[in-house]
Design a protein around this ligand. Structure first.
Ligand code: FAD
Ligand code: DHB
Length: 384
């Protein structure tokens, strides 16, 4: 069996790459370890930058996103008993974010691939990468897939990055001393906008998925389990961290999904080896406070699509050779922004009074200086 691009992983990165390549007449096969139902139900991110929305719409997979996605004109920072609005329409006119669940993006992409006759294979558990330096091919279930190029879109725990010799890779890592407990609840959002709340009890985030479904996150200890968080405890803690300004009432409802996500930062450099190219979480992870993970995956795929198009249409590998360098500038900007947002809003065990005062001082600066607020806004909505 032969294809131009062998893609490992049917997350947002792998599926979007396969779709964009199809639009350019380039063939691909996507090999996914999990079942279709599993990847379509896996609840993760929800904030799409303008550039991500534009990419999906231009690629013809944005119809439902435009119909059901929730465009936002700002976010709220809540701390010290007060609400402070970061107004995108004023600070970064014409640019915004749209809330639309990652699994909805995945559903739309799978539907588009299957409708176009795309080759997306689920429940392929034993993918192995061979010969990435020279003649790349993939094996799985006794089959062999010869490829001109392999795209490693298999997330942080995948097989593509470990197939690169360790001597070639430089790894950058940071573990945070906390995790996020994320839930989905059948209740109307209690606020029209996302609320990033800093309290002495820890960070909380109010987000949403639709007019009837809300999404929340709580900073929890790094070893927390969902079993330790029954519904009553979750709502009590969310209320304690969000009902901190006069008049705000957090509406509650049935919790129908919950999970704990460890917080880490990670970058692998370079994002390529021979004819293997890594995209998305396979190459980098950010703590979710800046809402950048999914958007970075989409940005990588945009760059990789251009490079592959040039390679297959002209034979020139110049853009492919520059792939990692082209992506890493944005990756590191997102790393810094995500670290900055995380540091600004979470409580750290090591915090002393001095550390807390520094955090509050910076929050005051961000919410009173237009220049500082613009920095936050332009990073949040995404650099062009
Ligand atoms: P993934 O979505 O991880 O897709 C990789 C795919 O590869 C998966 O389908 C996986 O099953 C498959 N795969 C793995 N190994 C193999 C293999 N050996 N063979 C074949 N297939 C394989 N970002 C935010 O902005 N906000 C959030 O709230 C948020 N929450 C998150 C919660 C969790 C639990 C995780 C893990 C991530 C979260 N993220 C969040 C980050 C965001 O979801 C990711 O950045 C995004 O999913 C990256 O897309 P991707 O396609 O690169 O990787
Ligand atoms: C959501 C996730 C994030 O990581 C974030 O910063 C904001 C919102 C969400 O899932 O809605």
């Amino acid at each position: 069996m032969r294809t131009q691009v062998g893609i490992i992983g049917a997350g947002p990165a792998g599926l979007l790459l396969s779709h964009l390549l199809h639009l350019r007449g380039i063939s691909s096969v996507v090999l996914e370890k999990r079942g279709r139902a599993y990847v379509e139900r896996r609840v993760r991110a929800g904030v799409l930058e303008q550039g991500t929305v534009d990419t999906l719409v231009e690629a013809g997979v944005g119809a439902r996103l435009l119909r059901e996605g929730l465009p936002h004109r700002g976010i709220e920072l809540r701390y010290g008993g007060q609400s402070h609005r970061i107004a995108f329409e004023k600070l970064v006119p014409g640019r915004t974010i749209t809330v639309y669940g990652q699994q909805e993006v995945v559903k739309d992409l799978i539907a588009a691939r299957l409708e176009a006759g795309g080759d997306v294979r689920f429940e392929i558990e034993d993918v192995a990468v061979h010969g990435p330096a020279a003649e790349p091919y993939l094996t799985f279930g006794g089959e062999r897939l010869d490829c001109d190029v392999i795209a490693g879109c298999d997330g942080f725990h995948g097989v593509s990055r470990p197939s690169i010799p360790p001597s070639v890779l430089r790894l950058f890592e940071r573990e945070y001393p906390f995790a996020w407990l994320g839930i989905l609840a059948r209740v109307a959002p209690s606020s029209e906008e996302l609320i990033y709340a800093r309290t002495k009890r820890g960070f909380a985030l109010h987000s949403m998925r639709s007019p009837t479904v809300s999404r929340f996150y709580l900073q929890v200890p790094p070893d927390a389990t969902v079993a330790e968080w029954p519904d009553e405890r979750i709502w009590a803690e969310l209320k304690a961290r969000l009902e901190t300004v006069p008049g705000f009432v957090l509406e509650t409802g049935e919790i129908f999904d919950r999970g704990v996500t460890p917080m880490r930062a990670f970058v692998a450099e370079p994002m390529q080896y021979g004819r293997l190219y890594l995209a998305g979480d396979a190459a980098h992870i950010v703590p979710p406070t800046g809402a950048k993970g999914l958007n970075l995956a989409v940005a990588d795929v945009r760059v990789l699509t251009e490079a592959l198009d040039r390679f297959f249409s002209t034979g020139s590998a110049d853009l492919l050779d520059a792939y990692s360098e082209s992506c890493l500038k944005r990756v590191w900007r997102a790393q810094h922004f995500s670290w900055w947002m995380t540091t600004l809003l979470h409580t750290f065990d090591s915090d002393d009074d001095y550390g807390r005062r520094l955090q509050l001082s910076y929050l005051d600066y961000v919410t009173s200086s237009e220049a500082a607020a613009t920095t936050l806004a332009e990073n949040y909505v995404g650099l062009p």
